[in-house]
Ligand binder design. Sequence first.
Ligand SMILES: C[S@@+](CC[C@H](N)C(=O)[O-])C[C@H]1O[C@@H](n2cnc3c(N)ncnc32)[C@H](O)[C@@H]1O
Length: 220
Amino acid sequence: MAVIHAMKIVTAKAVTLVKNNLEFNELELELKEYAKEHKVPIIFDEGLSFLEAIIRTKRPINILEIGTAIGYSAIRMARASGSNVYSIERDLNMYNLAIENIKRAGLDNKIHIIFKDALLAFDDVKDIKFDLIFIDAAKAQYHKFFDLYTPLLNENGVVVCDNMLFHGLVEDKDNIENYSRSVRGLIRKLNEFHESLLNNSDYDTAIYDIGDGMSISVKK
Ligand SMILES: C[S@@+](CC[C@H](N)C(=O)[O-])C[C@H]1O[C@@H](n2cnc3c(N)ncnc32)[C@H](O)[C@@H]1O
């Protein structure tokens, strides 16, 4: 597993992620299958394992998720901790599927989905203090999501971001010219976000080569 810090990759060979520590119930297996079939990007098993380890250690009371999709990670996070999960989704089809799936999981008392663009949903959650914020939506907007929602983070709260290495493209600097303009734009934005996180003196941040790249920023 590689740990990326201050834009350097340190290979931590001693750390091995045990993928098999995840157990899935029937509904979750169905959601994974649905996501695969319909090309809905949900969190990779490795990333989920990492996220759930953080959740079990931190035992957050309230979690904010940006990017619900079909409700898969929200369901897993609520199951891992018994936390209240507030999750924001802007796509109506995804929102409807998430509502249905969360009901089927029997977690509609724990998971609250907000149907809005996350950049416009601050007022919906502004009175809640969060122990964990999970950012898993439009990559170009990660910086804006971070700035908008971290004022709601409790002391010692954590922010976890998925897709930080964007299928390895963020680290593939030598071949950047081979990608389309829009992909290059995304890579540039993610790189800027990496730098801003690593230089943010209010947070301790590490970016891990797990799943599609996961960062964890702990509020000092
Ligand atoms: C990667 S998927 C989320 C996967 C989910 N967290 C999981 O692992 O099960 C990203 C979702 O974020 C939503 N999204 C993207 N940008 C958004 C925004 N600005 N506000 C709200 N939702 C957004 C997309 O519609 C998509 O459903």
